[in-house]
Design a protein around this ligand. Structure first.
Ligand code: F6R
Length: 364
């Protein structure tokens, strides 16, 4: 059932073009998003002065991308919280808060408890889930299914891509209902979203061999750092989690500008640093952080928009094709997933069943 792949994780990475295609099918027309599963009126949306996203692990990291998308397009403040914190800290939530919970399995104990906590406080809860008919979709007020199909590897890949795809659709849906997104802008975003499946496939095709070489070099290290700004900062959190959980390399991610406030002290000769610089508006800033890393001997891999020549500071570079600035996360995470996978293989790790971890965490 691995369809010729060595591991489920690799199979699931390769399924991601299809995951995005299935997730958007029937939900996008020329200028609008249709979410049959969500029935919010423009008046209800106006009434929400805050969105709270609650989840664990990779689903939490997807929520960080969701924050950028929703704030950027729908102009409402979004707070992202880890479910095990949210449920015990008497969160400030009421009927004017929209709570979005995210869970692949739909069974994570802390996330389910967060649904109940939010509903007790009068909030409406939207669930973004994969497993149909699981507990969270049954209890949430609205459900948007990812439709990624079964995810077997413990380390989540295609579910993450599905979750962020849903967040982008939700953000466009909110923005259109609130009259914040002009027809032309919306059409462009939707056109770009429809191009994503082929673009993901292209990234896998173009980068996989090169990533194997890079993995052989990075696999020798016990530490790695990931940096990025804006939405790239959300994506590097997922990149670091993936590397850590399956390769057991100590990986940390930081907003690029934070590096010099402490962590730069750990960068010395040969330390791997993965820098995402996909956002034209802050690219120069990230590249100046790359220079600081290079000056201390770090080995830098960059994930950047294609066709840029002035990136001589990068030791390795992966290009992602042109898309709307807000959407890059769906593309930029792919080389990071492949990197984690091939480093783990290189280190002889049990990729699909990492030590101490379970696919579904139904106890707290
Ligand atoms: C990481 C991973 C975990 C899960 C987390 C939440 O690759 O798989 O961090 O993302 O346990 O699980 P769900 O999404 O099922 O609530």
């Amino acid at each position: 059932e691995k369809s010729g792949y060595d591991h489920f994780m690799l199979k699931e990475i390769h399924e991601q073009p299809e995951t995005v295609r299935r997730c958007i099918t029937g939900r996008l027309n020329e200028a609008d998003v249709h979410l049959d599963d969500v029935s919010l009126t423009a008046e209800q949306l106006e009434q929400y002065n805050k969105v709270y996203v609650v989840a664990c692990g990779t689903a939490y990291n997807a929520g960080l991308v969701g924050k950028y998308a929703i704030e950027n397009l729908a102009r409402v403040p979004v707070e992202v919280d880890v479910a095990s914190e949210f449920r015990y800290r008497d969160p400030i939530v009421d009927e004017n808060t929209l709570v979005v919970v995210v869970s692949q399995s739909g069974e994570t104990a802390d996330t389910l408890a967060a649904v109940r906590e939010a509903q007790d406080k009068g909030a409406r809860v939207i669930g973004i889930c994969n497993v149909v008919g699981s507990s969270i979709p049954r209890e949430a007020d609205d459900v948007i299914y990812i439709h990624a199909g079964p995810e077997i590897a413990v380390a989540s890949t295609k579910a993450y891509i599905g979750m962020i795809t849903v967040f982008y659709m939700l953000a466009i849906y909110f923005a259109r209902k609130k009259d914040l997104l002009a027809d032309e802008e919306s059409k462009q975003l939707i056109k770009d979203m429809k191009a994503l499946p082929d673009q993901i496939a292209g990234i896998i095709d173009n980068s996989e061999e090169k990533i194997k070489d890079l993995a052989a070099e990075y696999a020798q290290n016990e530490n790695a750092f990931f940096i990025g700004r804006s939405v790239d900062n959300a994506v590097v959190q997922e990149g670091a989690l993936k590397l850590k959980e399956i390769s057991y390399i100590h990986a940390e991610s930081y907003p690029a500008g934070e590096l010099k406030h402490g962590t730069l002290a750990l960068v010395e000769e040969g330390v791997p640093v993965i820098a995402l610089a996909t956002q034209p508006s802050v690219k120069e800033k990230t590249l100046s952080n790359v220079k600081e890393v290079k000056a201390r001997g770090g080995v830098v891999t960059g994930v950047v928009f294609g066709g840029e020549e002035e990136l001589e500071d990068l030791d390795y570079r992966f290009e992602i094709p042109e898309t709307s600035e807000v959407l890059t996360s769906i593309l930029s995470v792919v080389p990071l997933q492949l990197l984690a996978y091939y480093v783990a293989v290189e280190r002889g790790c049990d990729v699909d069943q990492p030590r101490n971890l379970a696919k579904s965490v139904t106890v707290e």
